[in-house]
Design a protein around this ligand. Sequence first.
Ligand code: GTP
Ligand code: SPV
Ligand code: MN
Length: 591
Amino acid sequence: MATAPHTLVPLPDVSKNVAEWVASVAALTQPERIYWCDGSPAEFKRLRDELVAKGELRELNQKTFPGCYLYRSDPTDVARVEHLTFICTQRKEDAGPNNNWMDPVEAKAKMRALYAGCMKGRTLYVIPYCMGPLDSPYARCGVEITDSAYVTLNMAIMTRIGVGALQRIAQEGGDFVRGLHSTGDLNPARRFIMHFPEELSIQSVGSGYGGNALLGKKCHALRIASYQARSEGWLAEHMLIVGLQNPRGERRYVAAAFPSACGKTNLAMLIPPDTMPGWKVFTVGDDICWMQPGADGQLWAINPESGYFGVVPGTNPKTNKNAYDMIRRDTLFTNVALTADNEPWWEGRKDAEPAIDWIGRPYDPKNGPAAHPNSRFTVAATQNPCYDQAAEDPRGVPIAALIFGGRRRELAPLVYEARDWAHGVLVGASVASETTAAATGEVGIVRRDPMAMKPFAGYNYGDYFAHWLNVGAKLKHPPKIFHVNWFRQDAKGGFLWPGFGDNLRVLEWILDRCAGRAQAQETAIGWLPRPQDLDLKGLDISPEAIGELTTVHSEAWSREVADFRKYLQEFGARTPAALMAELDGVAQRLK
Ligand code: GTP
Ligand code: SPV
Ligand code: MN
C-alpha cells in the first residue's frame, strides 16, 4: 500500500545516505535512467500501464475481474531457490548448518561481476519502503533497487513504499536495509540470493520471482530481520496473525507458523462454519510476524507487510470465500492460466474451464496443471473482507497463543499443547513438513523445518533456539504454545480432517485452553484434547478418524524423537542444553 507523497523536496535530496548508495549502484550497473518511487497511486497506474504497453503484463477481463492483470514469469523462474540462497557472515558457524554459506568477500566479488553493466538500457527503480506501520517503533525501513517494474509494482502492494519511508530513513539518521536486485539474464546458472546480515544488506540477481526478488519479504523481513531481532531481543517469524472473536465478543490474537504453502493465508482469512454462529475472524497478517516483548509482559506483534503474495491454486468459494472475493478486483496474478474469456483460471476454480496454460500454450492436460502450482496473487491487505484495522496499530496486537504446524500425512496429531514455553520451543523446533511447490525441488518429501523457518532463519539454528528460550524467559505472560496438523491422511490418501473453516474448532479449543476453560489429557508429547473436548457439532467425521487424530502412537513417536535428536546434534554445542533436556523429558515419558 502506498504512502501519500507530500514533499516539495526532490526525492534524491531526502536522505544523503540513500542518494550516495543509489549513485554507487548506478555507477556499477549503468542503467539508462534512474527512477525514484514516490508511492503514489498515479505512479502505480503509470508503471502498470507501461508494462501492459510493452506486453509484459496482460490486462484480464475488466468486466469480471476489474483492475486485474496477469504476469507470466520466465518458465524457469517460478519459485524460491533455496540452493542458490546464501547467508554470508564472516564466520561460517554463524550461518549454521541450516544455511548455505559463502564468504562475504567472495560473494561480493561474484555479485559485482554479475552486476557490472547489468542495467544497461534498463531503468533503475529506487524503492524506499517501510516494513510495518510508518509510525510504529517496531517497523524497520529499507530501500530496494531493482531493474524490474513488475517487482516495483509488487513492492508497492506488499510494503509501504515512497516518500514516507524515505523520510523515516532520513529521520533515523540514514540507517536502512540495502537491497539490490537485478533480473539479470534469468539464467539459473547466474542466479544468487545473497544476504549480508552483519551489514544489513541483500544482493539478488537472476530471478524476478517472489521471495527471490521482492526483497522486503523473505530477504529483509525474515532473514535480515531475524538476525537483527536476535541482537535486539525480539522475534521475526514466518507466521500469520489472526484475531478470533467468540460469540461473547472477546477478541484474542494468535500467531501461527506453517511452512510455505501449508495454510497460513487460509487460516488468517478463515470463515467460521455455520455451526459456530457468532464467531468472527479478523486478519492482521498472512505470512510474516514481528514480535516484541511489551512493558506489560505480553508478546506484541505487527505484520510488517501491507499486502498478500498468496498461493492461487485451491482458492474457491468453498475453501476460502474471503480470498476468492478478495482477488476478483485490483489483483496482480502471476503464472495462472486463462479461460477463453480472458479470465484468470487455476486448479480448484470450479466455475470455469482453462483455455490457455500458465506458459501461454493452448491448455492440454498432458502438459500438467493449467496454472503453475506456485502461481500467486498479489493484492492489498485492505481488500481482504476480514481485514483488521489493528494491522495499522503502531503498538501491534497482544498474542495469546503461538501455533506451529506442518503438512504431515502421518504421526502428528490434529492438535497438542506444549507443557510450558521451553517445551513449546522444542515443539516449534521439531516441526517437520512435506516440501511444496513454493520452492524449487522435489515436492512431498518430509524435511525438518523448525518454526517453519528453515529457508528463512538468517543465522545458526542453534543460536536461534537459544534466542527463543531467552525471549520466553523474559516474558511475564508468555503465550501458550501449540502444534497443529491439518494434513493427516487415511490409508487411501484422503484427508482425515476437513480443514479450512473447520479449523476454527481447533482454534476454539486452543483459546479455551488459554483461558483455562477446556479439558485435555496429558500425554508424553503434551496436552491433547479427547474427542469430547472438541466442538464437533455438525461435522461429518467418523469416530475412527477423530480417534486417530487425537492419539499419540508411542513407538512411532519414539522413532521421531530419535530422528529429531540426530537433527539437533547437527548444531553441536550451539544447541541449547535446555532444549536437549526438554527432548530427554519427552523420550523419558514415551517409555
Ligand atoms: P506461503 O504463502 O507459501 O507461505 O503459503 P501459506 O502457508 O500461506 O499457504 P496457503 O494458505 O496459501 O495454502 C497452501 C495450500 O494449502 C493451498 O492450496 C490451500 O488450498 C491448502 N490448504 C490450506 N489450508 C488447508 C487446510 O486446512 N486443509 C487442507 N487440506 N488444505 C489446506
Ligand atoms: C513462501 O514461499 O513462504 C512465500 C512465497 O510466502 S515467496 O514470497 O516466494 O517466498
Ligand atoms: Mn510464506
